[in-house]
Design a binder for this molecule. Structure first.
Ligand code: FEO
Length: 398
């Protein structure tokens, strides 16, 4: 029997751990450490389930809840967010507890109808609450963090915030809490999560954090919908969000590239050497063999980004295009850089990269570097010098 895990008096984790998932959101988000789908049970005199799990794990949710309270005694099901990793098991939950009142935001109600044909929900907004008798659920709309329907649920008597995707991380573990795991690894996943999901709405994150402060919500525990529950390092993850939302650029250079016969790779390595020679960290990512989610996070967080490609059929390599496309959607801030690449009989790839970098908002500080067939010594020297120049500018900004 799968067990619930208490996180405060009357509040339990009743989710599921997905140790094996390696790609998320279709295939674009890499999850090398797996993930979890966290749902919570809040029990006063009445009982509420907050969120559900990804559909294939519905049986785990059913067992964990039943270990605390019979489904027939559930009074409410709160849906903080519609996305199927949290609502996929909702039809099962509704089947188990047809008497339970569904509670969600207005936008979420629209989505529940479209996804599952579920109606008859109680719509709430910021300032609304549900009295469970002994414990209260207070609601705070969190539009665009990260969907229009997103909502936070707060239990004031226990100082517990259940903000769904916010503060989450794709991190699978048998442990549930931040003081039971490697914090460096959890923060690494939290930063990848922020950059790849929330970066485009950084200004809304800043506003929401200010609103939470203004409302005077005391928060001891944050139970996100993915990964580890924050109870010892709660202030640290909130501060990290404030920092990430400001878009403070880390003083490092990301070198993202792909190569066909090694020429573009030689250029990439020469650029890395130049950057390092100036005492600035360079992180090379050969994209088809790298964690693209980490590469995107680093591209967004860092002061400089250079992207290189070989040319095929007069175009950039097909391993580069989706990275640049994602980058444009994630809206990096204050990034400088340039393009580079080699080609054989015909060029075309490198200028495409330049155009895509511009579209993503990267400020190009020089014309792209090109070599034909195999980089000669003076080509490599130019790459080293370009790396040095970029690193000096990064240092100057720091
Ligand atoms: Fe974890 Fe937006 O779903």
């Amino acid at each position: 029997m799968k067990q619930a895990v208490p996180l405060a008096e009357g509040i339990y984790w009743v989710g599921a751990v997905d140790y094996d998932v390696r790609v998320f959101h279709g295939h674009h988000f890499h999850t090398p450490r797996g993930t979890t789908y966290n749902a919570y049970l809040v029990t006063g005199e009445k009982t509420a389930l907050v969120d559900s799990v990804h559909k294939p794990f519905a049986h785990e949710l059913v067992e964990r809840v039943a270990g605390v309270v019979p489904w027939a005694r559930l009074d409410y099901i709160i849906v903080n967010h519609l996305e199927p990793d949290h609502s996929g098991a909702l039809p099962v939950a509704v089947q188990q507890a047809p008497q339970a009142q569904l509670v969600c935001s207005e936008k979420c109600a629209e989505g529940l109808q479209r996804y599952y044909g579920i109606g008859n929900v109680h719509v709430v907004g910021t300032g609304d609450s549900v009295d469970l008798g002994g414990l209260t659920l207070q609601f705070l709309e969190a539009r665009m963090l990260h969907w229009p329907d997103s909502m936070f649920t707060y239990v004031p008597e226990r100082k517990v915030l259940l903000p769904n995707d916010a503060f989450g991380q794709h991190f699978a573990s048998s442990a549930r809490f931040d003081d039971e795991v490697d914090l460096v690894a959890v923060l690494d996943e939290a930063s990848k999560y922020y950059a790849n999901i929330l970066n485009p709405v950084g200004s809304l994150v800043t506003k929401k954090l200010a609103e939470v402060q203004q409302l005077g919500l005391e928060i001891e525990t944050i139970g996100p919908s993915h990964g580890i529950i924050w109870r010892r390092h709660t202030a640290e993850i909130v501060e990290a969000y404030a920092r990430w939302a400001q878009g403070v650029a880390e003083p490092r250079v990301i070198v993202a590239y792909d190569t066909m016969w090694g020429s573009t790779e030689r250029m990439a390595r020469a650029i890395v050497e130049g950057v390092a020679a100036e005492g600035v960290e360079a992180r090379p990512y050969r994209l088809p063999v790298s964690d693209r989610t980490a590469a995107l996070r680093d591209a967004i967080e860092s002061a400089a980004l250079v992207v290189g490609t070989a040319t095929i059929n007069r175009r950039m390599l097909p391993t580069i295009a989706p990275f640049l496309d994602d980058l444009a959607g994630l809206r990096p801030k204050k990034t400088i850089g340039f393009a580079f690449g080699s080609h054989g009989w015909n060029g075309g790839g490198m200028p495409q990269v330049e155009a895509a970098l511009k579209e993503a908002g990267v400020e190009l500080i020089r014309e792209g570097l090109t070599t034909v067939f195999w980089p000669a010594e003076d080509d490599l020297a130019a790459c080293v010098e370009a790396g040095r120049d970029l690193a000096r500018r990064v240092r100057g900004q720091a």
